[in-house]
Write a protein that binds this ligand. Structure first.
Ligand code: HEM
Length: 326
């Protein structure tokens, strides 16, 4: 990725590896009429075809602010909106019901992830997009996220350290067009899982810092990784979200979690955003967190965190969106 100081053009739309920014808008939309050929679908297709231009229009006003936009399309509207072959793993979010905690599946046809280092640019892009989409969509959730100190979540831990870097980043997030075994319908795209969590800071702060560190699997102040627990013991969040396949290969994902909230309304949250080339990897993380491994020993992070939403989307490459215009 180009360094911001040298940037002379805006970030292309649909770049899942866009920089981690200090501000973000997370929008979940449903179509007012999802039937193929409806007026709502026609409007949505037109806006998606113009996404690159609309984003560029706002981004160019301050290139160093690194404005970027990615749009994910949900399973229920994929066929009507794109008319393209379905990515093989695309299906609605599968809720996970654990003995104590639940990851619910909630409505969402489109997910818009806007990032920038300036809140006003995020605002302006959201305004222009919703203006164009007027009448075609309902906003089911709008969350404004912000970077909190040195990339910490509102529980006080540095969040995002284990994200893949270098060549491992596209390998983890983009369905590889050069791999003959990869799903051709998904080439160059990424699966996106979004979940909005709210925290009980009272419950979290009842724990000592040592207990919190054991829950996360890292130290709080200096972010040092702690050793994994043994197979039968209570595992940390870090260990439960580490996925290894039958061949011993570990599968990373890209997380762009954003804190959000309002102290005046007692709201403290983390918006989980995960990009992956393999949806099953995030699904397995969620099962391990909510059901526990071994079963019953769920992720203790959930004792202070409630998932309010859950959605799965596919983020197609920019070229697919550009082709949706009439
Ligand atoms: C309440 C919401 C969440 C919070 C506050 C949170 C926080 C954290 C923190 C502080 C870390 C350790 C530092 C790091 O590597 O980033 C971490 C790691 C991680 N989290 Fe979460 N997380 C949340 C939800 C989730 C969910 C829903 C998933 C996946 C479904 C997930 C997947 C991961 C992964 C893959 C790692 C890296 C593990 C490793 O390889 O070390 N997290 N999270």
């Amino acid at each position: 990725m180009e360094q911001s100081a040298q940037r002379r053009v805006p970030i292309e739309s649909q770049r899942v590896d866009a920089p981690l920014t200090s501000s973000a808008v997370l929008l979940t939309l449903t179509l007012t009429d999802p039937a193929a050929g409806s007026e709502a679908v026609r409007i949505v297709r037109g806006v998606l075809a113009d996404l690159e231009d609309i984003t560029k229009n706002v981004a160019f006003r301050d290139l160093d602010a690194a404005l970027a936009c990615t749009v994910g399309i949900g399973s229920d509207v994929w066929d009507a909106v794109t008319g393209a072959a379905r990515p093989a793993e695309l299906h609605p979010f599968r809720g996970v019901v654990g003995a104590v905690h639940t990851a619910p599946s909630t409505p969402g046809d489109l997910f818009v992830h806007i990032r920038a280092n300036r809140r006003d640019l995020c605002f302006e892009l959201e305004r222009q997009l919703l203006d164009r989409l007027h009448g075609a969509v309902l906003v089911t959730d709008e969350t404004v996220g912000f970077r909190y100190f040195d990339a910490r979540d509102l529980l006080g831990f540095v969040d995002g350290t284990a994200n893949p870097v270098g060549d491992a980043l596209p390998a983890a997030t983009l369905v590889d067009a050069s791999d003959p075994a990869a799903d051709p319908a998904a080439h160059g795209g990424s699966y996106l899982v979004a979940q909005k969590y709210v925290h009980s800071l009272a419950a979290w702060n009842r724990m000592s810092v040592e207990q919190q560190e054991a829950v996360i699997g890292r130290t709080k102040l200096d972010n040092i990784e702690l050793a994994d627990a043994s197979a039968s013991e209570q595992k940390s969040h870090k260990t439960l979200s580490t996925i290894t396949d039958d061949d011993g290969v570990e599968h990373d994902i890209l997380r762009d979690n954003m804190p959000f909230g309002s102290p005046g309304h007692g709201e403290f949250g983390t918006y989980f955003i995960g990009y992956t080339a393999r949806l099953w990897v995030i699904e397995r993380m969620l099962e391990r967190m909510f059901l526990g491994d071994p079963p019953g020993k769920h992720d203790r992070l959930l004792d202070a965190s409630t998932a309010l939403t859950g959605g799965v989307f596919f983020v197609p490459p920019a070229g697919l969106l550009a082709g949706l215009g009439d």
